[in-house]
Design a protein around this ligand. Structure first.
Ligand code: EZ4
Ligand code: CO
Length: 403
């Protein structure tokens, strides 16, 4: 079965998505997600100019060889744009393999290890009361795990809370990056109060998560981890930027709050030390950014040796094809932990018909062959690309900081 053609579809049914469609001479096609938020068109050019021409005529069944060809052949190893392009090709080829076999992806991986995939929802509020109401509302809808974010008194709305966090766009509402103000000291005293309130109001059973969005230094993250210990978080996410993997040693020595990191990682190398030294509990790499099924499966197996579990990135910029792959991997992986799912707009659900389903706080990838996701190109054309960026942070003295 040879690759006959491939094309890239960009659409914005709520948020920008880059989708690769690979078509074979046997009439089967596969879809993959290549979305890199805020850099969508760079991946489009990479795929159209440098990847698609090399794919035509190749055997669609040789997924590993094509992965290695694109990874090694690029000369420029790793990087988010290269790896998103490779991921999309890989996802589309696994989709095709599943269709050819008449099996859902999780069966090709070795079958299900569990009946359903636990997901966590996002909740937020400008104040502790608002955030607590949102968490309670999500719990009411059946979620058993919820990420809670809160505004900080004395600061304007920060990323993840307030109007810009609106669910349709997931925070990406600005045609140029919006500049926000950040104060670590104000944040550090406030956040533990949110979780005290949540435990008080909602009891001990609910899994609570929190995302620090790379804004802390290791010693600040260690302080937050300690202060949150009484509230037994499921995890503290992105406590500090992980370019310096060794930085996590300091946090780890100080706190038993479980740590999660990796939504911006694109290969196993980004997490090697973190995993080998057991500095984290959950690895957040996702199928559209870390090399597709092939790349992510390798990370998952490596992590299993060190008792690190999965917690794949699944915000709304992770397109439905990648979400489906994450769910198949989650159903299979013996060391699955949790899957992020912040939901899609109705328009997105319609543009990407899918077999995956959600029942309360759990999802299932469905039984359709392959990934179980397609793209309705005619509908997609009604939602053209819209320039949109995440915000950036400055400290109160004007210095640049992490978002
Ligand atoms: O900010 O994917 O854990 N999830 C996150 C997300 C990211 C978005 C960016 O588009 O941090 O909300
Ligand atoms: Co995050």
């Amino acid at each position: 079965m040879k690759i006959k053609s491939a094309k890239v579809v960009v659409c914005s049914p709520g948020r920008n998505f880059v989708t690769l469609k690979i078509i074979t001479d046997a009439g089967l096609h596969g879809v993959g997600d290549a979305t890199v938020n805020g850099r969508e068109k760079a991946v489009v050019a990479y795929l159209e100019d440098h990847v698609i021409p090399t794919l035509i005529g190749r055997d669609a069944s040789e997924i590993e060889d094509i992965w290695q060809y694109l990874y090694r052949g690029a000369y420029w190893r790793r990087g988010p744009i290269t790896m998103a392009a490779i991921s999309a090709v890989d996802l589309a080829l696994w989709d095709i393999k599943g269709k050819a076999a008449g099996m859902p992806l999780y069966q090709l991986l070795g079958g299900a290890s569990r009946k359903k995939v636990m997901v966590y929802a996002h909740a937020q509020g400008m104040t502790i009361e608002e955030a607590a109401e949102d968490v309670a509302a999500k719990k009411e809808r059946g979620f058993v795990a919820i990420r809670a974010q809160v505004g900080v008194p004395g600061l304007p709305a920060i990323y993840g809370v307030g109007e810009r966090a609106n669910q349709a766009k997931g925070g990406m509402v600005n045609a140029l990056p919006h500049e926000e103000t950040w104060s670590t000291s104000k944040y550090l005293v406030h956040v533990p109060k949110l979780f005290a309130k949540l435990r008080d109001a909602l009891g001990d059973e609910l899994h609570l998560l929190h995302d620090a969005h790379h804004r802390l230094t290791p010693i600040e993250a260690a302080r937050l981890g300690k202060d949150l210990e009484p509230f037994r978080l499921f995890w503290l996410e992105d406590p500090t930027p992980a370019e310096l993997q060794e930085g996590f040693r300091l946090i780890r020595r100080q706190t038993t709050t479980p740590l999660a990191v990796g939504e911006v990682f694109n290969t196993i190398w980004d997490a090697r030390l973190l995993i080998e030294e057991q500095l984290i509990d959950y690895i957040r790499t996702t199928s559209s950014h870390a090399g597709g099924v092939t790349g992510l499966r390798r990370i998952v197996d490596f992590a299993a040796i060190y008792q690190v579990r999965t917690g794949c990135h699944g915000a709304m910029d992770i397109g439905p094809a990648a979400m489906a792959a994450n769910l198949h991997l989650g159903l299979w992986a013996p060391n699955f932990g949790i899957q992020e799912y912040s939901g899609y707009t109705e328009e997105t659900h319609a543009v990407f018909p899918h077999a995956f389903t959600q029942t309360g706080g759990y999802m299932h990838p469905g039984e359709a062959p392959g990934l179980g996701v397609d793209i309705d190109e005619r509908l997609a054309a009604k939602y053209p690309y819209e320039r949109a960026y995440l915000p950036i942070n400055r400290l109160e003295d004007g210095a640049m900081w992490n978002w």
